[in-house]
Structures are given as structure tokens and as C-alpha cells.
Ligand binder design. Structure first.
Ligand SMILES: [Zn+2]
Length: 183
């Protein structure tokens, strides 16, 4: 009886190569910095005294808002412009303490007490009347919060403050100020 054929030696499998686990995909930052605005706040200053280095230019001269608010507001404006064929029109942004004092003397009943306005933190903008009217209002109410911006409850009809549908704030940072007792 023929001997069993010796099985061909099986090549030992090569040493397993260490494969680094695939890194968790980093979700794309939906609110990336843009040229001239890193989106990061390191020195927020005080109301009406926000260092220029923390403020960013936005699409409408001469207005500025704080860097963290700006990187959310710019894409909101981009989306608005895609919808309505023109950018959101603004009448105000950051206000220094001196500008708050001047505004208070011009509009004593409407303007906030100097040093108390969220414009002084670079966290609010005022929108031109026609830019928030009608379907634009509906659009802003629906989409503004997706970008972290909203007309705050106090400024709404029946709210605790004056009715100011034009006044919009970067909610997250304003909430943080309020938690620190600074708003
Ligand atoms: Zn305002």
C-alpha cells in the first residue's frame, strides 16, 4: 500500500502586519473659520470693551461681531442670500461703550442701558426692517436657530423687554454670559 503522500508544507502565513485602526472620522466642522476670522475667543473683554482682535468683519461694513458668533452668522447669511438673492441687511452689530452711550441719548426709551446691551459683547445684530419682514421673518425664525441665532424671548411680542423683532442674538454665548451673571 502506497504511503500517504506527505502533504505539501503549507507556507506559514506571514506575520500579521499591524494595521493601525482606522481613525474615527472627524465630522466636518459645519462652522469653519473664514479668512480673517478664526472663530475662537480667548479674551472676551467686558461689555463695550471687547478687544478688536476678538471681533470679526462680517459681510456688511462696518459691522463686527465676536469671532464665535461670526462663524455662525456668516453661514446663516450665506443661506439667506441663497434663498432671497441678497444678503441680510443689518443696521447694527458690536457697539462699544461710547456707542451705547450715544445711542441711549438718541433713543432713550429704546436703547439699552449703556454697558447692558448684548451688542456690547459682540453677540447681537440688528436687522433692517425689510430684511425680516413677511416670508423673510418666517425663514429666519425657522433657520436662524440652526445657526445658533435667534430673536430672544424678551424681544418678542409679549416678552419681558421692548418688542424688537430686528434684534437677533447668538444664543449660546448669551446664555453663557447669563450663567456667569454678566448679561
Ligand atoms: Zn439690537
Amino acid at each position: 500500500m502506497a504511503p500517504e503522500p506527505t502533504p505539501e508544507p503549507v507556507n506559514p502565513s506571514p506575520e500579521p502586519v499591524e494595521v493601525a485602526p482606522a481613525p474615527e472620522p472627524t465630522p466636518a466642522n459645519p462652522f469653519p473659520p473664514y479668512p480673517g476670522c478664526d472663530g475662537v475667543v480667548t479674551e472676551p473683554g467686558t461689555n463695550g470693551r471687547v478687544p478688536a482682535s476678538e471681533l470679526c468683519d462680517i459681510w456688511q461694513d462696518p459691522f463686527h461681531v465676536r469671532a464665535d458668533a461670526a462663524v455662525r452668522l456668516e453661514p446663516l447669511n450665506d443661506a439667506y442670500e441663497k434663498t432671497f438673492g441678497e444678503p441680510l441687511c443689518l443696521t447694527g452689530g458690536y457697539r462699544s461703550y461710547e456707542e451705547q452711550v450715544r445711542l441711549k441719548s438718541q433713543k432713550p426709551t429704546l436703547a439699552a442701558t449703556p454697558g447692558r446691551s448684548n451688542h456690547g459683547w459682540g453677540l447681537a445684530v440688528d436687522i433692517c426692517d425689510y430684511s425680516y419682514a413677511g416670508e423673510r421673518w418666517d425663514w429666519l425664525k425657522e433657520h436662524g436657530p440652526e445657526f445658533g441665532w435667534d430673536n430672544p424671548p424678551w424681544a418678542r411680542r409679549g416678552g419681558e423687554g421692548p418688542y424688537e423683532p430686528w434684534h437677533w442674538e447668538y444664543t449660546e454665548a448669551v446664555d453663557a454670559l447669563r450663567a456667569q451673571g454678566l448679561e
